[in-house]
Design a protein around this ligand. Structure first.
Ligand SMILES: CC(C)(COP(=O)(O)OP(=O)(O)OC[C@H]1O[C@@H](n2cnc3c(N)ncnc32)[C@H](O)[C@@H]1OP(=O)(O)O)[C@@H](O)C(=O)NCCC(=O)NCCS
Length: 168
């Protein structure tokens, strides 16, 4: 299947049902469906969040959602339909988000993934993320998560000015 006609755009409210079903089937499978249409709509409407969709013809073939804080960004969800995987679609969406985060002055991007998700682990490593932590029971108290991070710049550190101790 060719990716020549895949386009990337900001999601609209109308994309929420297809994003929610991709999340249910490809990300949350076996965990219980948390990212339903209304929750995805709220993320699409959130000014601190960017939701990208990869479209091929009429259908949504992939999406990614990233929330921006002051210094940290969180990659909330990312998925590509199986028929379109291994064609660089997730890499292109992630590249776009990383560039946006760097432009916004973000210091680091964080993501969690299920411990058994070897494809996602390899994917994130391939786009510059490194494992930082394992979180037992992170998913509904049942499954361990791996947290990964990509540094974009050194975090800001506010160092208090040294003052001599007060005389008593
Ligand atoms: C993880 C996922 C988003 C990757 O999407 P993708 O569009 O297939 O990824 P890309 O084609 O951009 O892959 C880029 C690189 O990542 C690595 N990679 C991707 N999938 C891989 C796999 N199944 N096994 C090993 N490495 C993989 C490879 O290095 C690949 O480069 P290459 O194809 O030139 O070898 C996709 O497998 C997916 O949707 N999985 C289900 C949902 C999910 O797990 N989401 C992430 C957790 S929220």
């Amino acid at each position: 299947m060719s990716t020549q006609h895949v386009t990337f755009q900001f999601a609209t409210r109308d994309d929420a049902p297809s994003i929610a079903s991709l999340s249910r089937d490809l990300i949350e499978e076996g965990l219980g469906w948390q990212y339903r249409t209304e929750r995805i709509r709220a993320l699409i409407g959130d000014p601190e969040t960017v939701t990208l969709v990869a479209c091929g013809g009429e259908s949504t073939i992939g999406f990614s959602i990233m929330t921006f804080g002051d210094e940290r960004a969180h990659l909330v969800l990312l998925a590509v339909r199986p028929a379109y995987q291994r064609r660089g679609i997730a890499r292109r969406m992630t590249h776009w988000l990383v560039e946006s985060a760097a432009t916004a002055g973000i210091a680091s991007i964080h993501v969690e993934l299920r411990i058994r998700n070897k494809a996602a682990y390899e994917f994130y490593r391939s786009v510059g993320f490194a494992e930082t932590l394992r979180l037992a029971g992170y998913y509904r108290g049942r499954e361990t998560a791996i947290r990964m991070m990509r540094m974009l710049r050194a975090p800001s550190i506010t160092v208090e000015q040294w003052r001599p101790p007060a005389r008593t």
